[in-house]
Design a protein around this ligand. Structure first.
Ligand SMILES: Nc1ncnc2c1ncn2[C@@H]1O[C@H](COP(=O)(O)OP(=O)(O)OP(=O)(O)O)[C@@H](O)[C@H]1O
Ligand SMILES: [Mg+2]
Length: 270
């Protein structure tokens, strides 16, 4: 299965509750994001089997700000997946923004432990994405709800990473101001395909700011292209904006929000 097919299958599993026939042992991954908590199940061949998500406000800028809320969400999603797959999970992998402190990593670890899950693996978010994309070297730009993360990978490890607070959240603030609507209405407006052309002019400067963060982060690195992932990369013109600022080809999967969550449990014990 191509990586694009894997991501698209996983997106359908999350959105529509679909389940794929697994090969071998199941592995669970937990992605705690600013806007979404996503749990992924993959099989021994790293193929997507099932997924579940919940809108969340428990993480802000890579820090768990609502510990009890995070535990409750992980427990609830785990139970949904266990019922769907008729199995029990006792361990999971978790991803973290690169470069966070040991103390913050411990909080992510504790969320899993409190949800009765042993921590099988702690993986940097861009490494998770790179495993799905099948790259060991290159650049992964993750534009989520809270931050823009830019990571350079060499040999499957993060060698340089920048994470700055500009994401989909900031687009909502700009849209709410421009259209005089509530924050939640701005979120819906942004994601409405019928309004894309209308709202894009207002959102473009925020995307350009993200691209400028990336431009600074990759200065001095010889790159032939970059990979763009994260929910905010769903905007149809996002690759063009990044490509214009970076002067490089930009590759964005069809379902960029699901790339990092799908890769969390990959590469672990088989
Ligand atoms: N179709 C869409 N068009 C535009 N934006 C979208 C679309 N779908 C999702 N988004 C935006 O993507 C963001 C969520 O993406 P993602 O789940 O990658 O973030 P996160 O991992 O929770 O945040 P972070 O990585 O910053 O902690 C939200 O701002 C959401 O509005
Ligand atoms: Mg994220």
């Amino acid at each position: 299965m191509s990586y694009e097919d894997k991501i698209t299958s996983f997106a359908a599993q999350v959105r529509e509750g679909k389940v794929a026939e697994p090969t071998g042992e199941l592995r669970l991954g937990v992605d705690l994001g600013t806007a979404n908590i996503v749990l992924s199940v993959i099989d021994a061949e790293d193929q997507p089997v099932a997924g579940a998500w919940e809108h969340s406000t428990v993480v802000r800028d890579g820090i768990v700000v609502d510990w009890a809320g995070a535990v409750k969400a992980v427990c609830g999603l785990k139970e949904i997946l266990e019922n769907r797959l008729r199995c029990r999970f006792t361990a999971a992998a978790v991803d973290i923004p690169p470069g966070i402190s040991e103390g913050t990593i411990k909080v992510f670890r504790n969320v899993l432990t409190a949800a009765d899950l042993a921590v099988s693996q702690i993986v940097d978010e861009p490494v998770a994405a790179s495993r799905v994309l099948g790259i060991a070297d290159g650049c992964v730009i993750d534009i989520g709800h809270g931050t823009t993360g830019v990571s350079i990978l060499k040999g499957g490890e993060v060698v340089q990473s920048v994470d700055e607070p500009t994401g989909g959240h900031h687009m909502n603030l700009v849209l709410a101001g421009a259209y005089q609507v509530s924050y939640d209405e701005a979120e819906d407006l942004k994601k409405d395909p019928k309004r894309t052309d209308d709202v894009f002019g207002v959102i473009r400067p925020t995307l350009e700011k993200m691209a400028t963060i990336a431009q600074r982060a990759i200065a001095g690195h010889r790159l032939e292209m970059v990979h763009l992932v994260g929910g905010a990369a769903s905007l149809p013109d996002a690759p063009d904006v990044f490509s214009a600022v970076l002067g490089l080809p930009v590759v964005r999967p069809l379902e960029p929000l699901f790339v990092t969550p799908l890769g969390v449990a990959m590469g672990g014990k088989k």
